[in-house]
Write a protein that binds this ligand. Structure first.
Ligand code: C5P
Length: 303
C-alpha cells in the first residue's frame, strides 16, 4: 500500500466548563464533545522525508511546515515506532480553520490513523490517543468521534450513548480566533470581575437530554464558559447568536473557542431554513448544516 485516505469529522462542544488555570498553563475542563458531519480528508502517501500540502477554502491560513499538527502527529508516530518513516500528507480542508471546531486536531487524528495504516504499525486506538494527547488536548476525541465527556485537559474521555441524531447549523466567521488568546481572555474577565472559577462539573440535565435524544432539552442546556471571552474578542458574535435565536434555534452557542457559532435546530428542514436565514441576515461569512453524532476517522472513504 502506498497511499491511505482518512476522512475525519469536526466537533462542537455541547458543554465546556472551564476550571481554574493550572500551573502547566492548561485549565481543567469538563468538555462534552460531539462529532458533526463536516469533514476534512487527509491522504498519506509513502515518501522519503515529511511534507504536507493543504487544499480548500481557507488553505492559506494553515501552516505547511513543522507547525502543521498533522505533520507533528506523523513525526510523533514515527518517533514512537522508533523508525525514520517518511510521508507526504495532502489535507483537503472543509472544517473552518481556527474556528473552534478542532480542525487542526482532526487533521492530526487523521494523520495518525493514515500513517498507522500506511506504515503497517497496527497500533491500537488507545496508543494513538496517547500519542495524540501530546499533540493537542482535542486530538484524542478526534480519534474517537461520536459523543464523549472529556476531563483533565479534555483528553480523558468517556464515550456517551446518544438517543438520536441532532441537526445543527454552523455560522462560519471571517478569520479565526487563537485558542490560547480566548482562554487568556477568560482568565482576564474572571480576574477583572472577581469571579472564582468553580471546579468543572458535567451537567446532568445535558447528559440526560443527550441520552434521550431530546433536542429541545439539549438546546436549553448548551453551555460554554469560553463564550464571554470569544464574544469580547469578536463583538460581532453577539449579533450572530441573537440572529439564530430570533430564527427559532433551540440553542445558540459559540463553538469551543470560536468564532464559529453553533445553532441547534429541531429538524433537518429547520436547519436548512435557519442556515438560509443567517446567510440572508449577513451575520456570518457562510452558514452550513450538519448532523451529529457521527463516527470518528474512517479509512478509505471520500466525503
Ligand atoms: O492542547 P492544545 O494545544 O490544543 O491547547 C491550546 C491552548 O489552549 C493551550 O496552550 C492553552 O492555552 C489552552 N488550553 C487550556 N486548557 C485546556 C486546553 C487548552 O488552557 N484544557
Amino acid at each position: 500500500m502506498n497511499s491511505v485516505t482518512v476522512r475525519v469529522p469536526a466537533k462542537v462542544n455541547l458543554q465546556l466548563a472551564v476550571g481554574p488555570l493550572r500551573d502547566d498553563g492548561y485549565h481543567d475542563l469538563v468538555n462534552v464533545f460531539h462529532a458533526v458531519s463536516i469533514f476534512d480528508e487527509v491522504t498519506a502517501t509513502a515518501e522519503t522525508g515529511m511534507r504536507v500540502r493543504v487544499e480548500g477554502d481557507s488553505a492559506g491560513q494553515v501552516p505547511e511546515d513543522d507547525d502543521n499538527l498533522a505533520i507533528r502527529a506523523a513525526s510523533a508516530l514515527a518517533h514512537h515506532a522508533g523508525r525514520s518513516y517518511g510521508v507526504s500528507l495532502l489535507i483537503r480542508k472543509s472544517i473552518p480553520v481556527a474556528g473552534g471546531m478542532a480542525g487542526g486536531s482532526a487533521d492530526a487524528a487523521a494523520a495518525l490513523v493514515a500513517c498507522n495504516e500506511l506504515w503497517g504499525l497496527g497500533l491500537p486506538l488507545a496508543d494513538l490517543m496517547e500519542i495524540g494527547a501530546d499533540i493537542g488536548s482535542d486530538v484524542p476525541f478526534a480519534l474517537l468521534g461520536g459523543t464523549a465527556v472529556g476531563t483533565g485537559r479534555g483528553e480523558r474521555l468517556t464515550p456517551l450513548e446518544v438517543g438520536g441524531t441532532f441537526h445543527w447549523v454552523f455560522a462560519l466567521a471571517e478569520g479565526g480566533l487563537s485558542t490560547p488568546a480566548v482562554y487568556a481572555e477568560c482568565d482576564r474577565i474572571r480576574e477583572a470581575t472577581g469571579t472564582e472559577a468553580a471546579w468543572p462539573q458535567a451537567s446532568e440535565p445535558l447528559l440526560d437530554a443527550l441520552r434521550r435524544g431530546d433536542a429541545k432539552a439539549l438546546g436549553a442546556e448548551l453551555a460554554n464558559d469560553l463564550q464571554p471571552a470569544a464574544v469580547m474578542l469578536r463583538r460581532s458574535l453577539a449579533r450572530t447568536l441573537d440572529a439564530g435565536r430570533e430564527h427559532g434555534a433551540l440553542g445558540a452557542i459559540v463553538s469551543g473557542s470560536g468564532p464559529t457559532c453553533a445553532f441547534l435546530a429541531d429538524s433537518e428542514p429547520h436547519a436548512v431554513e435557519l442556515a438560509a436565514a443567517l446567510r440572508a441576515e449577513g451575520v456570518a461569512r457562510d452558514a452550513v448544516t450538519a448532523h451529529g453524532p457521527v463516527p470518528g476517522p474512517a479509512v478509505g472513504q471520500r466525503p
